[in-house]
Write a protein that binds this ligand. Sequence first.
Ligand SMILES: O=C[C@H](O)COP(=O)(O)O
Length: 339
Amino acid sequence: MQSEQTSTRTSKRDRDTAQLPQVTPARNPGMALDMNWVRAVQANTSAIERRCATLPGRRSVKKEHQAAWLLKAITMIDLTTLAGDDTPGRVRRLCAKAAHPVRPEIMQALGVDAITTGAVCVYHDMIPTAVETLKHMGVSLPVAAVSTGFPAGLSPYHLRVEEIRESVRAGASEIDIVISRQHVLTGNWQALYDEMRDFREACGDAHVKAILATGELGSLRNVARASLVCMMAGADFIKTSTGKESVNATLPVSLVMIRAIRDYYEATGYQVGYKPAGGISKAKDALTYLALIKEELGDDWLTPELFRFGASSLLGDIERQLEHHVTGHYSATYRHPMG
Ligand SMILES: O=C[C@H](O)COP(=O)(O)O
């Protein structure tokens, strides 16, 4: 039975919002390290926290608009499995879910055609399985690989660079590198810039996401400076976390990184993408992140080319909310496996 509170179909405008073809932005080439700019960067923690406290709930969207935003959020998920016990079977199921993220009866009730997640994200060893599975399904979806000694980034430097090359050869078109936290914590911005430059060069045509591991950087000012240095060195995306730190994506860290992206865009004209990752598992949190992006960067950034969620379990909750939207009932979580 359908609840009186719900409408089963999204409006045409909302469906178009979820499915608009996007123009690929020009790739950030980077620039020379500008230490004057880096040193000038500050972060006012109490102002940032005040701003973030106003976010959850304030821009809440309802009914068919919420369904449309949730569909859009799905298209921007890097559907992730990064576990020591990953198997080819799990990765094949992940790819099947990424290719068809919402059950057909829910999609039909919403009046929406096929969508996919933004990418799948796996460890190096699982790249061939992911590439072959997606190819076999006839689905064009990027395979992202975590790299450079993920999650700590402390393996021998030449092996970190070589790991990137191996992953690109194996078919990954996006590489999520981890930075050396020690360069940030010791203020060695030149070393961070050089490392990021090497990683970007090793990626070739594959896009590079720089994982800052913000929970280990000590201060919001460090997060702001590391964001800027990675963008100067040519990062295509900056990403909060590996999902393995004790503190992963948060709104204050996101605000700092998003404003760094905005400053970099205003100074250079290049749009760098943003990927909050780790611990984002609820549909309502996804909506808060999208509202933050819309308010701080504008609609241009609300595309898979410039925004991704790094998440292993968010999709399950979004699908559950969409099912509630069309039926008026919540289903058990086991009905939404892999995501
Ligand atoms: O990059 C993605 C994260 O590792 C996923 O973290 P999560 O399992 O907390 O969603």
